[in-house]
Design a protein around this ligand. Structure first.
Ligand SMILES: *Cc1c(COP(=O)(O)O)cnc(C)c1O
Length: 509
């Protein structure tokens, strides 16, 4: 690179990073400006959310021209971001954000994300990022090892659990058609027998399995659900019975997805028992550990994943319980060789005769960010011990939150958390005579969640269990204390009381 400015001097100057001093100064200024606007806005308000409703959020963009003819410079652009995006953003790092499976991102990972963008390497071909290709390979291998997978394992970073689950089932389908029907689905498409292909998940397993079935041309009805026990874990005996029944009906069950950390309860299916069933009936055994895979870093909790080492494939989201900014997940495959059901060759990117390795054939995505840099920098910074301490602390907090909720007569705890979720509901003090208690409680708990969203001091989630409405905390922030959660419970009780006094039986639909 020459030390001169861009030839297109007037337009490009300062907009690209060069070796010259002016451009490096502008790059640093840009990053500092972003940091400033983010930290200012973090300090300017103490709430999780502004409470703005959809109309108000839309209104704040009314005057904004997304494709202005003339630019106004970065400082001005960031000012617009402050007034529109930041003012109504959800503060994921706020200790009172307790809603979904989205975490407070760790600062080393956020810094590494800047590295990812600046270097702009891609895993699409060797000559788009050789060092990150090798790093990804090494990182994935070490993580596979932590889960107890054999040396034959391989994998890639993904956009998250959705993509990892899809990849798993796609490979499972390719394997089954090859093994049992001598069909190459990639080349020849689905065989006639595919209308009988079935994949299994528990009744509370993630719906991405059904989506995957639809995208693979099998249809959502190819997914068959298996009941769970009282602890919200897949019933392995029922799995075996379901497989027997399907086979007797002439169907072709080919894969089972077990969940390590269900979205609502954090429950972990009995992986070893499911592995036995998968062995017996020759099913592809996939483990959706999007949430629970994080336990692998903890010497205290890793045992809960026992059986995962027998999986044919595993999905783990680092952007959930490993505190990385999205997107950051991994897909692991027990036998690297099974990637053959995915590979494609393109003359310009990865011709077969090429002398260098390519990773496109390991992903359903072509251009792919070097997301590995985020957990790499994070683990280098705090060590696996440091990460384990964070995971352990959040689990410990969740246990204490369960106790807090269980002891409080204002609330009903539906189940103790296996990882870091608490599902509960506010108990109305009195139920009007004309309404059933369940319906009345549903109505009030629904309204509590809406009230919290409109208030903004805390965000919590809402879910359904046994046809009833429940509230849910998902704890994913090591900076949240028991006092924080106690204060949020006080707030929920307050909302509940208010709603109860404002609502009358006539308001119920
Ligand atoms: C979050 C989640 C998914 C979906 O993952 P994304 O990262 O949102 O694509 C799949 N399965 C489980 C169990 C999850 O918790």
């Amino acid at each position: 690179m020459s030390d001169s400015h861009c030839p297109a001097d007037t337009v490009a100057d300062g907009l690209f990073l060069h070796t010259d001093e002016a451009s490096t100064r502008q790059y640093r200024h840009a990053l500092e400006s972003v940091a400033e606007v983010v930290t200012d806005s973090t300090r300017a308000s103490d709430t999780v959310y502004s409470g703005a409703d959809p109309a108000a959020v839309r209104a704040s963009f009314d005057e904004v021209d997304c494709l202005p003819l003339e630019g106004s410079g970065l400082d001005e652009a960031l000012e617009t971001v402050r007034e529109t995006v930041l003012s109504d953003a959800v503060r994921m790092s706020h200790p009172w954000y307790l809603a979904h499976l989205n975490c407070a991102p760790m600062v080393p990972a956020v810094a590494a994300d800047t590295l990812v963008s600046t270097l702009n390497q891609s895993h699409a071909a060797w000559d788009l990022g050789p060092s990150v290709d090798v790093l990804e390979e090494a990182f994935v291998a070490e993580f596979a090892d932590l889960l107890g997978l054999p040396d034959s394992a391989a994998g890639v970073f993904t956009s998250g659990g959705t993509q990892a689950n899809f990849t798993a089932l796609l490979l499972a389908r390719g394997w089954y058609a090859d093994e049992y029907l001598d069909t190459d689905v990639q080349t020849d498409g689905l065989p006639a027998e595919a209308s009988a292909f079935r994949l299994l998940r528990s009744e509370i397993g993630h719906p991405t399995a059904d989506e995957a079935a639809a995208k693979m041309g099998l249809g959502e009805s190819a997914t068959v659900t298996v009941p769970v026990d009282e602890a919200h874990r897949m019933d392995a005996a029922a799995l075996a019975e379901t497989v027997e029944r399907l086979v007797a009906e002439g169907q072709r069950p080919f894969a089972v997805t077990a969940t390590a950390g269900t979205t609502d309860y954090g429950s972990i299916d009995p992986l070893a028992e499911i592995a036995d069933v998968a062995d017996e009936y020759d099913l592809w055994f996939h483990v959706d550990a999007a949430y629970g895979g994080a336990l692998a870093v903890s010497d205290r909790h890793r045992e809960k994943l026992a059986g995962i080492e027998r999986a044919d494939s595993v999905a783990v989201d680092f952007h959930k319980f490993l505190f990385q900014p999205a997107s950051c997940g991994i897909f692991l495959l027990r036998e690297e060789d099974n990637y053959r059901y995915l590979g494609h060759e393109a003359a310009y990117l990865n011709p077969g005769r090429d002398s260098v390795p390519h990773r496109t054939e390991k992903s359903v995505q072509w251009t792919r960010r070097a997301d590995v840099l985020k957990p790499f920098v994070t683990f280098q910074t705090v060590g696996r011990e440091g990460m384990a301490a964070l995971v352990d602390a959040v689990i410990e907090l969740a246990n204490r939150v369960d106790d807090l909720v269980a002891e409080d007569p204002a609330f009903d705890l539906i189940s103790a958390s296996e990882i870091s979720t608490t599902v509960f509901r506010y108990c109305p003090q009195e139920t009007p005579e004309t309404v059933s208690h369940g319906v009345w409680a549903d109505e009030i708990n629904d309204a509590i969640r809406d009230a919290a969203l409109a208030d903004g001091r805390t965000l919590l989630a809402r879910t359904q269990a046994d046809g009833r409405t429940y509230l849910k905390f998902t704890l994913l922030n090591p900076c949240t204390s028991l006092d924080d959660v106690a204060a949020v419970l006080d707030l929920i009780r307050e909302f509940g009381r208010e709603i109860e006094s404002d609502l009358s039986a006539g308001d119920i639909r």
